[in-house]
Structures are given as C-alpha cells and as structure tokens.
Design a protein around this ligand. Sequence first.
Ligand code: AMP
Length: 612
Amino acid sequence: MPEAPKITQKATDYNLELKNKKTLQLIEDMTSNADEVQKNVLQEILSSNAHVEYLKTHGLNGRTDRESFKNIMPVITYEDIQPSVERIANGDTSPIICSKPISEFLTSSGTSGGERKLMPTIEEELGRRSLLYSLLMPVMSQFVPGLDKGKGMYFLFIKSEAETPGGLVARPVLTSYYKSSHFKNRPYDPYTNYTSPNETILCPNSYQSMYSQMLCGLCQHKEVLRVGAVFASGFIRAIKFLEKHWRLLCNDIRTGTIDSQITDQSVREAVMNILKPDPKLANFIKAECSKDSWQGIITRLWPNTKYVDVIVTGTMSQYIPTLDYYSNGLPLVCTMYASSECYFGVNLNPLCRPSEVSYTLIPTMAYFEFLPVQRNNGVSNSISMPKTLNEKEQQELVDLVDVKLGREYELVVTTYSGLYRYRVGDVLRVAGFKNKAPQFNFICRKNVVLSIDSDKTDEVELQHAVKNAVNHLLPFDATLAEYTSFADTTTIPGHYVLYWELSLNGNTPIPPSVFEDCCLTIEESLNSVYRQGRVCDKSIGPLEIKIVEPGTFDKLMDYAISLGASINQYKTPRCVKFAPIVELLNSRVVSCYFSPKCPKWFPGHKQWSNTN
Ligand code: AMP
C-alpha cells in the first residue's frame, strides 16, 4: 500500500542511497533480534497499560513477562471484546483496554453480526504504520533500480466515515491514514512521487476521485514507472473505468479543460496544475483505447511501467489472469500484509511469483503469537465457527521465533492499542526466515467462502441469507434441494453466483420476478461490507442465481467421489472454486436471474445515527 507525497519540490540534500541503506539495516537489526524485540514490545505494552480495566479484571496485576501473560490472559476473538468496544463507542473514556486515549475506530472488513468490526486505535499507531510503509521502497529499490527517476500511478481512495454515539470517528484504516498528516504532510521522498495529487485521493466522491486520478495518470504517462492500487480488484476496476470513460478523458486532454462532472473545486485546481492541452497525447490514447483488444493496455498507455503493485495473495489471486492480460505479464508485486488491527509485515523478495510471496513479520509492530492449525486439505465443507480455546490449546501458542518451517498457524496479536491475544482470523504458513524473523505465505482467512473485493462472506452468513430468500418460494410449493456458490470474477466487477437445485412439488410456474426477489433478499441479508461494495463502491456486481437441472448435485457428488472423496463423509461444498466443478454446474444451468437493484446500505452501524 503506497503513500502519496504532498511535496513535489526535490530537496537538494536528499541522499537516497544512504537512506535506503539505513532502512535495510533497520530490517536486518529488527529481524536479527526478533525475539528480544518481541519481548520488549510485550513489556512496553503491558507496562504502559498495567492499570487498564481489562488487564486488571483478568488479574495480570502489572506483570509484564511473557510467562505470566500467557498463563493468565485468554486468547480471544472480537466477540469477547465487543462489550468494551461498545462502551468506548458510546463515550466511556476511562482506560478500559488502553491507557492512551482511543483516537478513533478502524472499521475492519471482517464483520461480526453483519456489521464491520470496530478496532480501537491510538494516535501513535499512525507512526507504526508509517514505519512499515517506509520499508517498502528501499526493499524494492534493491530489485528495480531507478524508481526515484519517475512516478507511481496508484489509485487510492478514501471511504465514507461515521461517528459513534460517543463522538469517535469510525472509518477504514486507509481512509484514516490518507487523511492523517503522516500522509498529507510527509517530507519529500522521491519514492512517493505520485501522479495523483492528494486532493484527488482525498475526494469523497468516488467517481470524481477515480476520474481525476486517471486523468492525471494519463497526462503523465511517460513518467510512470509503476502502477497499482491496494488490492488487485481495485486496480482492475480502474482499468474498467478507463474502458468506459476514455472518450471523456481524451476530450479533457485534447482541450486542457476538465469535464463538468468534476465539481470538487480542490480537485479541479489540483488537476489544472497538471493538465495542459495535448492533442497529440489525446490522439495516442484514443488510438490505443479504440483497438478491439485491450491486451497489454497498461504497457501500451504507460510504456515505462516496470511492475504492477497490488495485493494478489489470498482471495485476490483470482485476479492474476486478468492482470496478466492487461499488463502483458508485468511482474505483479505484493509489498505488504496489514490489517485494521495492526500492520504486520513486508515482502522482502517483491519480484517473486505471486504464488511464492511471503511476508516477513516486523517484530516492532505488535507482539505476535501463533496458534497451530490443522486444516482439512481443500475446501471446508461444514459450517464452522471460531471456537473458544481450552486451556491446553491456549498453551499451544508459540512465539514469533519459535514457529516451524512448513507449519500453518493462525495469527494472534497483542497490540499497542488494547488488543490482547486477539485472533486475527488469518491462516499463515511458515515459508522461511529472514534472520530470526519468520516469513509467512498468506494461506487464507478462516471460514471465508466468498470474496470479490474486501467483502468476506462466511458459510454461516451465506446459509442465513439463502434461508431468508427461499421463503419467496413457499407459495409455489417449491423448496431448495441443494445449493452452492461461486465468486465469479470473469465479470468486472465480479459477482456472487448461487447455484440452486429445486424440488418442485406444485404446478404453478415460478415467475422470474420471484427469483429476482430471492437474489435481492440474499443481498439484503449479507453483511454490511458486501452491501457497501454493491451500493457505494460498486466493486461488486449484482448477485446471480443459476437454477440447475434436477440431479446436478448428485453429479457433483459423483465427480467428487471420482476424485477420491469419501462417500460417507461427502457434504455438498457451499462454495466451489475448482474449474471442472464450476464447468459441470454451468453445463446444467436452466435459467439465470440477477438482483434487480442494490440492497440497502448506510455508513456506520445500524444502531447509530449516521453522520453521512
Ligand atoms: P482489514 O482489517 O479490513 O484491513 O482487512 C485485513 C485483512 O485483509 C487481513 O487480516 C487479511 O485477511 C487481508 N489481507 C491484508 N493484506 C493481505 C495480503 N497482503 N495478502 C492477503 N490478504 C491480505
């Protein structure tokens, strides 16, 4: 996740080489002394928070050593701290979980009860996030020289915020970061020389923000050395935007004026500093964009691009073929691994293949522990909820430097902002070590079956949503015999597909509008991150129900058994990914229906009065 600069003047005394060297040395030091650093981090967190209610209630009594901490403090999930979070959200400013004032809530894309989880944070965490960002380019510069000689074209956006009843702001971590002075007023750095002026990133209107960032990116096309967005899905959305709006953009470049739909005055002014009438460039863009094929459009329009900087690990790997197509196979670079709870680590070998990406956890970010996990190979078939750990399991957590090569673990963090032994929900595999610090492949987020953008839908949510929808079938004496789902990313934006096999007992045909109502009911029942993606960000397309022929799910079972599944243990997978299975389902579709409109969504939690 890159940063954009405020300052464009080159400082004459800027010694890039020295700065890079120092940063790389810092990584060497932190990773060589990982255990010592972790011990100190825990001590620092526990001593500064010795008197907070949460630690006192559990009886830690001011102890700061690892052994007492591990013996006394439980390993928890969000639901365990939700009562504390609610008190803080409602205005209780006493030191409940942290001695420092909670400055705001970061709204996670992970949800609880259908609403975004609220992660309390403190002002100083911004410094830790900045530190992690500052490691990225010195690492990259070892592999791709000369990146200081040009610009990065990154599509970065802020999202809407809400206010808690107690008056704290609740917003996504990147919105918080982009709006902070760490981002807006950062000192000169040639690596944060971006095509998007801050005003275009900070524009709350997503169309105007995207349009102006694209316009600035096109105007400076020869200077662009790298392109990106946070997630792969976001970058592809930008390309799709260009496909739809290139004529308007060309017109602006030809005339040196900005389209009247861009009404944000600060955006107009910032763009006017860059935009000059350039008919030659407009003709060039027009010629490229009107070609039948958009293969390699990135390298055609931005010919000096060396790599695409987007996260393609985890569920984002589904976008790799599309990115390869648009970029003509440029390296796809995943630089970092982070969350609302805390920023975790960086990729020290950024030019490696996406399937080989590993993140080195930075030991100063938080105190990390690892819960060993045994996964059933492949897709999980049953509805699983995070279970409370018994005492023995709590003892099994290992420290950062004690994880074993090849083993998988669930990440547990203790942060400076008041999370203690908190299960993040990510499963990681140890891929190697940088000095003493382990490097992890991101394996998956626990329980997530469907994801298109930052939405994460688990089996329980899906089941609940489907249950609500099938009520529409009752008047027709029809029931749902079986179902499964698929995240279809061949459309842009991607969308959820549900395959339904029906048992029809009545004679009345079911009109298409009933299935469309089913689609909408499912969408209305899904969590707020999904609905925000549909309504506000337009990052998810309308949900689709595909009705399949009777007997399709028997065929699916036959196929799974032919691949070695046990008949006795076979359960219908509630989500499919394996291409032959998707093909099998698609070959037996009799009709398709889409959600006719967007579900309802409002910023903030449903129980708050919203600010915008
Ligand atoms: P959020 O709290 O909404 O910022 O989401 C954080 C989650 O996004 C993490 O816990 C991961 O599940 C996922 N995530 C973040 N960075 C990466 C990455 N580099 N690769 C795969 N998943 C990631």
